[in-house]
Design a protein around this ligand. Structure first.
Ligand SMILES: [Zn+2]
Length: 555
């Protein structure tokens, strides 16, 4: 049974003018506005604070959008009003806030950090400032947000490091790539042509030169090229590079968007960008009616995927995928399927992930066990075979343009990298036709329809363009929720590993109109892993994915 549960009013809270809706999922408060009138404020489990926007005065709201504005959409004045109204027992003195926990089921250290310090990411600093407080909140606990940590717009110093130092950060992907390109000049030395780049303040060779301007992201590939670039540029101490240092990036290593004028690679890049601009947004109802979504969690069973810092890929991305599935089923009318299921766990989500699950099955007919008997390559191919079969059935009565495939993974990149990356199927990396050979297949019903694909040049181009548009919607949703995003070109259309460039198979042979592979986090980065282990983070990530799907389809 779907549908909304009826609101339940809790007598104790009602007496204080507070309504608890379907406790403990939401708390709602009616706040008196300074110049008369009132607006409802609600604190939603794992989603944070929202305010009824129509009642708010202009100076409280940066931009009028949906019926409920998120805390991030409020002006500094609006934020202060909301915090003082929602938490009337808090004491604000000389740029410091003494916060009293009022709703322990709904509040978290992450939420406090995001409300008072501007980013949930800084929860560890808040914890360090309140060392004797338990992480599990209790009513009446006192948390001090010192002046140094309190956000500037709330009267504090906002002295928390945020890794958003580049001027391009607010641009969309195309403009950002163009801005990066404008920083290069093309020159020549005795070793041949190179792109000249001058390191800017706070930048490192691995990230600024290698990860941004080339398709290399894996630790060895990045290191090897960094060493090569340092040698050619006459740099002896890679860690001691000063701003202004000239670095020479070999032309052959540059990613397509940075290739010199007149090259085929750059022409292709521009063709894709033009296609993105003329691709209209697909329409769907507000509850995504008429869309067909297939969710894939990477790896599973004998294949744990990447690992690092005490976490491994399979179970963590499975949990995020199941959270996305649950939210889509609860909040939308989209038709949703999964490619993989962990027996024993089903489609459930977990608060704690303690050990790798040993079993997983691809949901073909019959199911295909990801066990030791079968090579993992088969399982990878069966995911797109299954998805294509589902999309083909859907196309008999539905609009094939409203099909979406999302694959969830986590990476092990160079440790200086962190945050989410999104892979889209680069048009030039998708074949015109492909049939899965018997050697890499399995005897499942879906092979008949799903194992054979054909793409015209136009379809390849549109596939990349639509997937890029979705990737942008996703990054926007993540950014809005303070979820870290890879600092250098987070949207990529090709993976480079061990000297080979390719589009990942699950999206390369996929017949969905829109298809992406999300690398949720970098497992070699400690902070990323801390996030991944946190069920609140996984829930926030999943919620942001659903927001992106809704934003992607016009209604
Ligand atoms: Zn993976």
């Amino acid at each position: 049974m779907g549908g909304l549960r009826p609101f339940r009013t809790c007598a104790a809270f009602a007496a204080a003018g507070i309504i608890v809706l379907a406790a403990p999922a939401t708390v709602e408060v009616r706040g008196k506005l300074p110049k008369g009138g009132a607006a409802r404020i609600r604190l939603v489990y794992r989603q944070g604070v929202q305010v009824e926007s129509k009642a708010l005065p202009k100076r409280f709201l940066a931009e009028r959008g949906e019926a409920w504005a998120s805390f991030q959409e409020l002006t500094p004045e609006g934020r202060q009003w909301v915090l003082r109204t929602l938490f009337p027992e808090d004491r604000w003195t000389a740029g410091e806030v003494r916060h009293k926990v009022r709703y322990p089921e709904l509040e978290s250290v992450w939420l406090m950090s995001s409300l008072f310090m501007g980013h949930g990411q800084h929860y560890d600093k808040l914890q360090a400032a309140n060392p004797s407080n338990p992480e599990k909140l209790r009513v009446g606990d006192l948390w001090v947000i010192p002046h140094a940590l309190l956000a500037k717009e709330l009267g504090g110093a906002g002295d928390v490091k945020v890794d958003r130092s580049q001027p391009e950060d607010e641009l969309d992907d195309e403009a950002k790539v163009a801005a990066y390109r404008a920083l290069l000049t093309f020159e020549k030395d005795e070793e041949g042509p190179y792109a000249a780049y001058h390191i800017r303040k706070g930048e490192a060779l691995w990230t600024a030169a290698v990860m941004r301007y080339t398709d290399r992201v894996d630790p060895k590939g990045v290191n090897d090229l960094a060493v090569e670039i340092a040698r050619r540029s006459g740099i002896t101490d890679v860690r001691g590079i000063q701003p202004g240092q000239l670095v020479k990036i070999p032309i052959a290593a540059l990613a397509d968007p940075f290739q010199p004028e007149g090259t085929a690679a750059l022409a292709e890049e521009r063709e894709v960008r033009a296609e993105v601009r003329r691709t209209p947004r697909m329409e769907a109802g507000p509850r995504l009616k008429g869309t067909r979504i297939v969710l894939d969690a990477g790896h599973g069973g004998v294949d744990r995927g990447a690992a690092g810092n005490g976490a491994w890929e399979s179970d963590f991305v499975y949990d995020i995928t199941m959270r996305v599935r649950r939210i889509l089923e609860q909040d939308t009318d989209a038709m949703v399927s999964s490619t993989i299921r962990y027996p024993g766990l089903g489609f459930g989500v977990r608060e704690r992930i303690t050990r790798p699950s040993g079993e997983a099955e691809i949901l073909t007919t019959p199911p295909f066990a990801n066990d030791g008997e079968s090579p993992n390559a088969v399982s990878v191919h069966l995911r797109w075979v299954l998805a294509n079969d589902l999309f083909a059935s859907f196309a008999r009565s539905g609009d094939p343009l409203k099909t979406l495939f999302i694959s969830f993974h986590a990476d092990s990149l160079h440790p200086t990298a962190r945050g989410t990356m999104v892979y889209v199927p680069g048009a030039s990396g998708v074949p015109a036709t492909f049939s899965l050979g018997d050697r890499r297949a399995a005897k499942v019903k879906e092979m008949k329809v799903g194992a054979h694909v054909r793409f015209t040049s136009k379809e390849k181009l549109q596939g990349e363009a639509r997937s890029r548009l979705f990737a942008e919607a996703l990054l926007k949703a993540l950014r809005k929720d303070d979820i870290p995003i890879h600092g250098n070109r987070p949207i990529r259309n090709i993976i480079q590993r061990a000297g080979k460039s390719f589009v990942p198979a699950v999206i390369r042979f996929n017949s969905a109109a829109t298809k992406v592979l999300i690398e949720v986090a970098n497992l070699t980065n400690e902070e990323d892993v801390e996030n991944l282990k946190d069920p609140d983070f996984r829930e926030r990530f999943a919620a942001a994915v659903v927001k992106a799907v809704k934003a992607y389809y016009r209604n």
